[in-house]
Design a protein around this ligand. Structure first.
Ligand code: SIN
Ligand code: MN
Length: 177
């Protein structure tokens, strides 16, 4: 899977999206699939093309196999967002709500260094729980948890030897339309 992702990243390199407030995110991102997730001062949305103008590469077969095994749907995902967390990168609590139909789950795959994942309820400011996501862990945000607030507080650098240059990759597959 990592080898296939390297090919994706060669065709559609990581970039640092800006938040709505114009700050670069600490997480670097790219996507594969028919749509890619994008953010700048205009807000969060899906785009048909990488910022360079190239189409997003197809989602690797090994990634789609995980979706088929755990998503509970025969509908293929439209987007696989690829997040890269270097040392010190984090992601604030948010909901995944840029998709049209929340009856489809979001499926996450973690690779490389462990990440401290925080998940709460569907309202901001509620109680949260934290769990370390290790390399190979798969998480499904579905059903009542589809709109749960979630984020990543920190990365445990050096906890995995999967990625030669270190860091954490998280993939999230989504049905967009
Ligand atoms: C995300 O919410 O986009 C990523 C979550 C994670 O990195 O585990
Ligand atoms: Mn998310």
């Amino acid at each position: 899977m990592v080898a296939a992702l390297r090919e994706v990243v060669t065709a559609a390199p990581f970039f640092s999206p800006e938040t709505r407030w114009g700050r670069p995110m600490s997480v670097r991102m790219t996507s594969c699939g028919r749509y890619g997730w994008y953010s700048d001062r205009r807000g969060y949305r899906y785009e048909r093309r990488h910022p360079s103008g190239v189409a997003w590469p197809p989602i690797p077969a090994s990634v789609l196999e995980v979706w088929s095994a755990v998503s509970g749907t025969t509908r293929a995902p439209d987007c696989c967002l690829i997040n890269f967390y270097g040392e010190g990168a984090r992601m604030g609590l948010h909901q995944d709500r840029d998709e049209a139909d929340f009856s489809f789950p979001v499926v996450s795959i973690s690779l490389g260094d462990a990440g401290l994942f925080r998940i709460g309820g569907v309202e901001r400011g509620g109680r949260t729980q934290s769990v370390w996501l290790d390399s190979g862990d798969v998480l499904v945000l579905g059903g009542d948890a589809r709109l749960a607030y979630h984020g990543v507080d920190r990365i445990r650098s050096g906890s995995s030897s999967l990625l030669k240059e270190g860091g954490r990759i998280n993939l999230t597959m989504r049905v967009v339309e």
